[in-house]
Design a protein. Structure first.
Lengths: 297, 229
């Protein structure tokens, strides 16, 4: 397994279904990066993650995970991947201990001591059948089965969906603890921007099967601004680069930009606008604006 | 295309996994089969033996149906399939694991029924010639199970699977009736010798060939898949 390659490298990947298409996806996740994949339901997040574990074959383009082509090398790659999706369930009639033994027989790197630590950390009873677990406990059981074998790459598809706030907080805390390992790469999808903002150090927005923006989290937060101005939104404003949205509500104009820097206010003044306020944007606001911007391009 | 491109150890683990998941349900069926065999061999009035034989056939048909239902359809419904697919397995590993696990699970009650019936026949005053008819009937039940299993693996539609499974089940009674009256078999059924006539051997060969063809066709179809979904 190539240790120097990026954890994930997608180039020109596309996949067509009758009602949906993943279009020309280029994406690189370097080793050690935690990337959050944000998109609304039906954006293509699950399709993309399934492709990254070899469950789905792309119609075109190349999919490389941990330096190997998929789906051809899916068996060897999956030895180093921990994959969990919100539609994945464990056997209801079997105990967590049975699942742990089953997984331990398959993965030589199974760490029983760490599994015991996680049992305590997640407050799970190994001898209890999964049928008696709450949804939050089932998610934690699944994460335990993944974490205890120390995968090099984690692919988590909506890991916090359907969890109550307490369970969600516990799962996010546990994820944050596990993700401190700098050798481990993570791609996790969510439509909850707060989860992504809490965990990720890079973010990709996916919408209608296409990537509309991808960057590290700090760049997103640094470059996106909401600016309130007074004046006329004339041709000078329209010619400014990096304007993601303009909303007029006389006498105010609300601008959103994805190219904010120190010189940006001066460019606005040169366009005849008086700046009232400049505010950072939440990731959710950035996502919604980026998606609308992508949809109108 | 390589039909056997599988990791034998991984397939073995998947078979053991299915065995462990369904062993409790299987134990219940086996207890029922032992009870039915006890009724047949009890030496009581004819209707007790008849009830035992009926129970035996019903249990065998039901255990086949339940095995396929639980290991394929209920797994799909309960969404445990993504968990298995996320393991370091290929589509052919999962295919062989499912096929062989189902066969292993079904062969236990089938062999208990076949072996139990043959033992009863050979150790009681029942005519030994009946063994041939029993073997042909038991292998026919295995054939219908294999056809249902192969169809269930190849086709995810529950409606079509129910149709095929029920259709094949309804053939078991007529098969036993017709074969029991076929020339080359009927004349030896009440005899004290186990006689494998060319007719009996031809039927047995046809049954085994049907099983082999069903498995090969399903395997070829599955081997063409290069990813799970």
């Amino acid at each position: 397994m190539d240790m120097l390659s990026p954890a994930i490298a997608l180039q020109g990947v596309h996949k067509h279904y009758r009602d949906f298409a993943l279009r020309d996806v280029d994406l690189v996740v370097p080793t050690g990066q935690i990337m959050g994949l944000i998109g609304v339901n039906g954006a293509g997040k699950s399709t993309l993650l399934r492709m990254l574990i070899g469950l789905i074959r792309a119609d075109g383009g190349t999919v490389e995970v941990l330096g190997q082509r998929l789906p051809e090398a899916q068996v060897s790659v999956k030895r180093h991947i921990g994959y969990a999706s919100d539609d994945m369930r464990l056997y209801r009639g079997q105990t967590l201990r049975w699942h742990m033994d089953f997984v331990a027989r398959i993965y030589p790197d199974w760490d029983e001591a760490y599994a015991q630590h996680l049992l305590t950390r997640f407050d799970l009873r190994a001898q209890q059948k999964l049928g008696g677990y709450s949804h939050g406990q089932r998610v934690k059981a699944l994460l335990l089965l993944i974490f205890a074998r120390h995968p090099r790459l984690l692919l988590l598809d909506e890991p916090t969906t359907g969890l109550d706030p307490v369970a969600r907080g516990e799962v996010l805390d546990a994820l944050a603890e596990v993700l401190r390992d700098e050798e481990r790469s993570v791609l996790f999808s969510s439509h909850n921007t707060a989860d992504v903002e809490q965990l990720a150090d890079a973010i990709t927005f996916l919408h209608r099967g296409a990537i509309v923006a991808s960057s590290d989290k700090d760049t997103f937060l640094d470059r996106w601004r909401r600016i309130l101005c007074r004046g006329m939104a004339g041709t000078a404003l329209a010619a400014l680069p990096g304007i993601a949205s303009v909303r007029e509500s006389a006498p105010l104009i609300e601008l959103k930009t994805d190219a904010y820097d120190e010189a940006f206010p001066e460019r606005l003044r040169a366009a005849g606008l008086q700046i009232q306020s400049i505010e950072p944007m939440t990731l959710e606001d950035i996502f919604v604006t980026a998606v609308r911007q992508g949809a109108t391009r | 295309m390589n039909l056997f491109a599988s990791d034998v150890r991984m397939v073995g683990r998947l078979i053991v996994k299915d065995w462990q998941v369904y062993q409790k349900a299987l134990a219940g069926f086996l207890a029922g089969i032992v009870l039915a065999l006890g009724l047949i061999g009890s030496g009581g009035p004819w209707w007790v033996a008849g009830a035992g034989a009926m129970l035996l056939i019903v249990l065998l048909v039901v255990v086949g149906s339940v095995t396929i239902q639980t290991s394929l359809f209920i797994e799909r419904k309960q969404q445990t399939v993504p968990f298995i697919m996320s393991l370091p397995v290929s589509p052919m590993d999962v295919y062989w694991g499912k096929l062989l696990a189902n066969l292993a699970i079904f062969l236990v009650p089938l062999l208990l029924v076949g072996g139990g019936m043959i033992t009863l026949i050979l150790t009681t005053p029942i005519a030994d010639g009946l063994v041939v008819w029993i073997v042909l009937s038991v292998v026919f039940v295995l054939t219908t199970f294999c056809l249902s299993l192969c169809f269930a693996i190849a086709c995810e539609s529950e409606g079509w699977n129910a149709f095929v499974m029920l259709g094949l089940m309804t053939l078991i009674g007529p098969f036993m009736f017709v074969v029991g009256r076929l020339e080359g078999i009927v004349e030896h059924v009440r005899g004290e010798q186990v006689v494998w006539t060319p007719t009996a051997l031809a039927i047995l060969a046809a049954e085994l060939a049907t099983i082999a063809v069903a498995i090969v066709v399903t395997s070829v179809l599955h081997a063409r898949k290069r990813s799970f979904l």
